[in-house]
Design a binder for this molecule. Structure first.
Ligand code: ADP
Length: 449
């Protein structure tokens, strides 16, 4: 096992990784920007290094600074967390070149899956159904017209290197196509430094279902069931649950088995998530994330498996602690992403937390870096806390979630807690029959400010 791990991240996910390390007796090094000197991840780590100024490009994306911090602290491994450098194959390569372990899959697998058209081609080869669309990035307008004509409108234009739900454009008919491609290409260039786009059939109101998988270096590969992440705003997940209220045990076994066989044939090692859209009774691959997911805790709650510890063990060349037959699913778990945002306008709400009280009691878990007196800086993403609840069944889980949301006090800033209280009162959410369009309907319901 590693002796010391540097965590190249911040916020709640840095804390989550520090906790996994300390549970395993591994020392930790936090890195931070000048804006994060008072951050909880700096306080909880054994050591810390300031790696640059407040903008991410000067600190959390500053590869030379991060590598230097790992070397001067004598770390053996780097955990990239989520976002920032976690899906950057060049970074993983540089980490290896400096004789450090990268806690994640091989640079090749990161690169292959990061290129979404390549990932879809690989999925097709592996026999995984994909959303109908272009086989490659679109070359010009007539290519786009041909593809869209073949699959039928509406279509979705997506950035080949996209992520975080950004840069997608829905096109209702051919007259909108040229302008939408131009806008999508511009957005892709600005957000991802690559203007390539591809086209997919726009599925009407699908569900987003994803399978968590992990694979060690000895051919042991297991899946940990699915997460339903359909409650999204602008394609970004807000509320996730496991198991999905619509996935049957036989579908779980079938889809999980397909993912495990595919990951084996890929030769993939590490943890990963294979994402599908579910529409008209069928699952269609959309992408694979080659890193830890923000919503991993709900899977941990129902399986009792610490995904971060397993991820670290895999990178250290150890065996997975579980085989598929040891994996059991107990009860139901839900995660609410509590963003520091206005719950009506969704504008960011950074600033000073005057007082803070986290809910507790049975089945309640908080993954958050907030504390009373902490000032949320305006430079990074808005995720302030994840409230995760676990109960014996879904109905009781929703009741426990309401109780925990009502206990939660975060004052001084605005948060999405009031939105989550509305979400859990929605009849489609209560029945489990919701899809990726449901949250926008809840947000825009008449009578709302
Ligand atoms: P990103 O990597 O940016 O998160 P994804 O491909 O994972 O993008 O898609 C994010 C979300 O966008 C999905 O969960 C779904 O809500 C929506 N989406 C993506 N592709 C389609 C599609 N072909 N049809 C309808 N909705 C889609």
């Amino acid at each position: 096992m590693f002796k010391k791990i540097l965590i190249a991240n911040r916020g709640e996910i840095a804390l989550r990784i520090i906790r996994a390390c300390h549970d395993m007796g591994v020392h930790t090094v936090a890195v931070h920007s000048t804006a994060d000197a008072d951050s909880m991840h700096v306080r909880l780590a054994d050591e810390s290094v300031c790696i640059g100024g407040a903008p991410s490009k000067d600190s959390y994306l500053n590869v030379p600074s991060i590598i230097t911090a790992a070397i001067v602290t004598n770390s053996d491994a780097i955990h990239p967390g989520v976002g920032f450098l976690s899906e950057n194959p060049e970074f993983a390569e540089i980490v290896h070149e400096h004789r450090l372990a990268f806690i994640g899959p091989s640079p090749k697998h990161i690169a292959d899956m990061g290129d979404k058209t390549k990932a879809k081609k690989i999925a097709v080869k592996l026999g995984i159904p994909v959303v109908p669309g272009s086989d490659d990035v679109v070359s010009d307008l007539s290519d786009a017209q041909n593809i869209a004509g073949k699959i039928g409108y509406p279509v979705l234009i997506k950035a080949a290197n996209g992520g975080g739900g950004r840069g997608m454009k829905i096109v209702q008919n051919e007259s909108e196509l040229a302008e939408s491609i131009r806008i999508a290409k511009n957005e892709a260039e600005t957000s991802f430094g690559n203007n390539e786009v591809y086209i997919e059939k726009y599925l009407s109101n699908p569900k987003h279902i994803e399978i968590q998988v992990m694979a060690d270096n000895f051919g042991n590969i297991i899946h940990l069931g699915e997460r339903d992440c359909s409650l999204q705003r602008r394609h970004q997940k807000i509320f996730e649950e496991s198991p999905s209220p619509i996935v049957t045990p036989s579908q779980r076994e079938e889809l999980g088995g397909l993912v495990v066989r595919s990951v084996k044939r890929l030769g993939y090692q590490g943890v990963g998530t294979v994402e599908f859209l579910y529409s008209d009774g069928r699952f269609y691959f959309i992408e694979m994330n080659t890193r830890l997911q923000v919503e991993h805790p709900i899977t941990e709650q129902i399986t009792g498996i610490d995904i971060v510890q397993e991820q670290i063990k895999i990178a250290a060349g150890e065996h997975l602690s579980f085989s598929q037959k040891n994996v059991t699913f107990t009860g139901h778990s839900i995660e609410c992403r509590i963003n520091a945002e206005d719950p009506d306008t969704f504008s960011p709400s950074p600033g000073l937390i005057n007082s803070y009280h986290a809910p507790g009691g049975p089945g309640v878990r908080i993954d958050s870096h907030l504390y009373s007196g902490y000032k949320i800086p305006p430079y990074y993403d808005n995720l302030a806390a994840k409230l995760i609840v676990h109960e014996s069944n879904r109905t009781r889980c929703l009741a426990r979630l309401e109780r925990a949301l009502n206990e939660y006090v975060i004052s001084g800033i605005k948060t999405l807690i009031p939105l989550h209280l509305r979400i859990i009162k929605n009849p489609d959410v209560i029945s489990g029959k919701y899809d990726v369009a449901t949250l926008e309907k809840i947000i825009n319901a008449p009578g709302r400010a």
